[in-house]
Write a new protein. Structure first.
Length: 268
């Protein structure tokens, strides 16, 4: 398939996936502030979807692209691309951690720590928004790149990212809302946190579409799989346990795997 095919569809899917953070911002206002069990299940669900897609779909697709031109070393190239994605994610986390303290979300108005927590919550909201923006950038590239290669796979990736962007939107909106008391600010920051996904798609369109030979797309897809897998294990799963309990997280993980597996069967 020509890399220039499906550019418009790829960009639209990426844009829609990114904007689902705004849905998370809205959900934050119709749920109780101190009930994070649904968030725990949602994070586990997202992790299950992303891990399954990365290992079962993206990696084999990457191997298929590289095997044609590199029949003897394609597996090593995929392995190296996966490691590269992990390294990129580690560097992002090193320079900007992406989670907030659960206690600050659950008890922001504790009179003993109100002043201190007010500052910490404000900082947590802004930092979470910035961190999610950074994490969403490669996710936007992932959605764009996979869609240009395989529309069905691209739809699956976009769906997975859209699902986990909803709790990301909640993570941004809750602390902002607690601090400002203004729903429109929380919604705005939640929406803006997803805007880097279509930006990532534009960068992918420019770099991958015009400067990178198509034979290297397989390596880039392997790197995307590494990024998605790392985010799942390093961010989504720990937060799922932190916001609820491990049993709820497991329910979310298995539900995500089964749901996306069935959707791939139906789409295929």
């Amino acid at each position: 398939m020509n890399l220039h095919n499906n550019f418009a569809l790829a960009f639209c899917l990426t844009l829609l996936a990114g904007l689902t953070t705004a849905i998370g911002g809205a959900v934050a206002f119709v749920t109780k502030k101190n009930n994070l069990k649904a968030l725990s299940v949602g994070l586990g669900f997202s992790a299950g979807v992303m891990i399954f897609i990365s290992l079962v779909d993206i990696i084999p697709s990457s191997e298929g692209l590289l095997k044609v031109n590199f029949p003897d070393i394609y597996k090593y190239l995929v392995f190296g691309g996966f490691i590269l994605g992990i390294v990129v994610s580690v560097l992002i986390d090193y320079f900007l951690p992406d989670h907030v303290d659960t206690e600050e979300l659950l008890h922001p108005d504790d009179p003993q720590t109100a002043s201190h927590n007010h500052y910490k919550l404000k900082r947590a909201g802004f930092m979470t928004a910035i961190a999610i923006c950074i994490h969403n950038f490669p996710e936007g590239m992932a959605t764009f790149l996979t869609t240009t290669q395989d529309v069905t796979l691209g739809l699956s990736v976009a769906f997975a990212i859209a699902i986990h962007n909803i709790p990301e939107g909640i993570a941004v909106a809750l602390p902002i809302y607690h601090v400002t008391g203004k729903k429109r600010y929380a919604m705005l920051y939640a929406a803006l946190s997803g805007i880097t996904e279509p930006i990532g798609a534009l960068v992918g369109m420019l770099i991958f579409g015009f400067f990178v030979p198509q034979v290297l797309v397989g390596c880039l897809m392997a790197a995307v799989a590494g990024i998605m897998t790392y985010i799942s294990f390093d961010t989504l799963l720990p937060l799922a346990k932190e916001y609820g309990n491990w049993h709820l997280s497991i329910i979310g993980i298995m539900s995500g795997i089964l749901f996306i597996w069935l959707s791939l069967i139906l789409l295929g």
